[in-house]
Design a binder for this molecule. Structure first.
Ligand SMILES: [Zn+2]
Length: 225
């Protein structure tokens, strides 16, 4: 689940974790947590290296293995396809990690959707710099979950109709299917309209996070066992 990642991240960037600053000793990761790779050019990489500077890039070792295997599977299906992560967990190893309703103990990670431009050419990264908030809205209002709105700042508007990007349905669906097939993955959150559109209706692990949570038509939330 989420977030307000952009605001929080920018606040934190302006605070004690300046880029390149050595983390204080208290920020050493809790037992069992490992860091996701931080090289921005890697096959498994942060959508924004700020996630590493902010120390939001920790997962349980099992989570790292799942993501490495998913990356290998995606590159076999779509040469050059990378798996970009957004917020994972902080080093404390405790839930929740604000502003998320969960995250924090290493068993959750948010992954970027894949996008194309208006001509169908794959984009190398999500259209927004932190990876969140490039929403793929429902095609019909009747498909919209939480038509009455979401709680507080989770009630985010659709992007403009003339936006320069669209969801890459093939690659995004493939990534969800790879993750759902992994027995180490407990559940995956995306919006119901995307579950239908991406052909995932038979995938029991793919679920709706609920109207108390942020929109999940801009990223994939993954829970590990
Ligand atoms: Zn999440």
């Amino acid at each position: 689940m989420k977030r307000l990642a952009v605001t929080l991240a920018l606040l934190a960037l302006a605070g004690c974790h300046a880029p390149g600053a050595r983390p204080p000793a208290a920020d050493r990761p809790a037992k069992g947590l490992v860091a996701l790779p931080c090289a921005g050019s890697g096959a498994l990489a942060p959508a924004n290296t700020g996630y590493c500077r902010l120390q939001r890039n920790y997962v349980a070792a099992k989570g790292l293995a799942v993501l490495q295997d998913a990356t290998t599977a995606m590159q076999a299906k779509f040469p050059g396809a990378r798996v970009l992560y957004l917020e994972a967990s902080w080093p404390l190893g405790k839930r929740p990690m604000p502003p998320h309703l969960s995250h924090g103990d290493g068993r959750e990670v948010d992954l970027a959707f894949y996008y194309v431009d208006r001509a169908g050419k794959p984009l190398a990264k999500p259209p927004r710099s932190w990876g969140y908030e490039a929403f793929e809205p429902p095609r019909r209002e009747a498909e919209r979950a939480c038509a009455g709105g979401r709680r507080g700042k989770n009630d985010r508007p659709d992007p403009p109709r003339d936006r320069a990007w669209r969801l890459d349905e093939a690659r995004t669906a493939a990534l969800v299917k790879v993750l759902a097939a992994d027995p180490r993955v407990r559940r995956i959150f995306i919006e119901p309209h995307l579950k239908t559109r991406l052909g995932l209706t038979t995938y029991g692990k793919v679920r709706f996070a609920g109207c108390q949570a942020a929109r999940h038509d801009d990223h994939i939330h993954v829970d590990f066992f």
